[in-house]
Design a protein around this ligand. Structure first.
Ligand code: PGA
Length: 251
């Protein structure tokens, strides 16, 4: 089964509501003709509702950057999957390395988050990837496999099939140091191989995105690799021209 390209913008801690709406207006203009790509944007929480409204009837889908696994209750400072679905989210990032680094998220909790997202009808984008230290110690595959297993642990094969995986080497995020297409392809192929052990058909159908300093000028080569089905874009998703440039980069 042919996998559809997905380009997802992770806006991180950027954009007021006003700025978000401006960016969305420009994206709609630049991307209105695109049919062969799933386009996703993940604004900060405060802009989700307004952006959700502004992308109705457009080819752009809304995602959140994070969620908590309980539906409601005494959990100050977070939001739940049903709340995200209510404002129009179709997807949600889970386990981003910045969440692990700055907010003490753990491998175990990424599985709970993925489960909660799926229960509310959201597709989790499970982010996995090694640090520079781990790569230099030749531990990349081991670390990525461990994170993948933790993220999909407890999911049925049908649920796994609804997940998107984002391979994001931590050393490439926001650093300008992009993985070479061969480096990325090697890990993507290993991820798919690991998924194959669960179910061959599901492994073939799942989108595995690359993330880490993807830009319009390096996107085509990365997206041209056999097991790279899209990108999770941070910095270059903050202007309409560069994000649209990545969406349209594939040869
Ligand atoms: P970057 O971020 O494109 O700025 O490297 C990617 C990400 O963190 O998802």
């Amino acid at each position: 089964m042919a996998r559809k390209l997905m380009i997802a913008g992770n806006w991180k801690l950027n954009k007021t509501v006003g700025e978000a709406l401006e960016l969305v207006r420009d994206l709609r203009r630049l991307l209105s003709q695109v049919r062969d790509c799933e386009i996703v944007i993940a604004p900060p929480y405060t802009a989700l509702y307004a952006v959700g409204k502004a992308i109705e009837d457009s080819p752009i889908d809304l995602a959140a950057q994070e969620l908590f696994w309980e539906d409601s209750g005494a959990y100050t400072g977070t939001v739940s999957a049903p709340m995200l679905a209510e404002v129009g989210c179709k997807l949600v990032l889970v386990g981003h390395s910045e969440r692990r680094q700055f907010f003490n998220e753990t491998l175990e909790s990424s599985g709970k988050r993925a489960k909660a997202a799926l229960k509310a009808g959201l597709r989790p984008i499970l982010c996995i990837g090694e640090t520079l230290k781990e790569r230099e110690a030749n531990r990349t595959m081991e670390v990525v496999a461990e994170q993948l297993d933790a993220g999909i642990q407890g999911l049925s094969i049908k649920e796994v099939a609804r997940c998107v995986i984002a391979y994001e080497p931590v050393w490439a995020i926001g650093t300008g140091k992009v993985a070479t297409p061969a480096q990325a392809q090697e890990v993507h192929a290993a991820i798919r191989e690991r998924l194959r052990a669960k179910d061959n058909g599901v492994a073939e159908s799942m989108q595995i995105l690359y993330g880490g300093s993807m830009k319009p000028d390096n996107a085509a080569e990365l997206l041209g690799q056999a097991d790279i089905d899209g990108g999770l874009i941070g910095g270059a998703s903050l202007t309409a021209e560069s994000f649209a440039g990545i969406v349209k980069a594939r040869k």
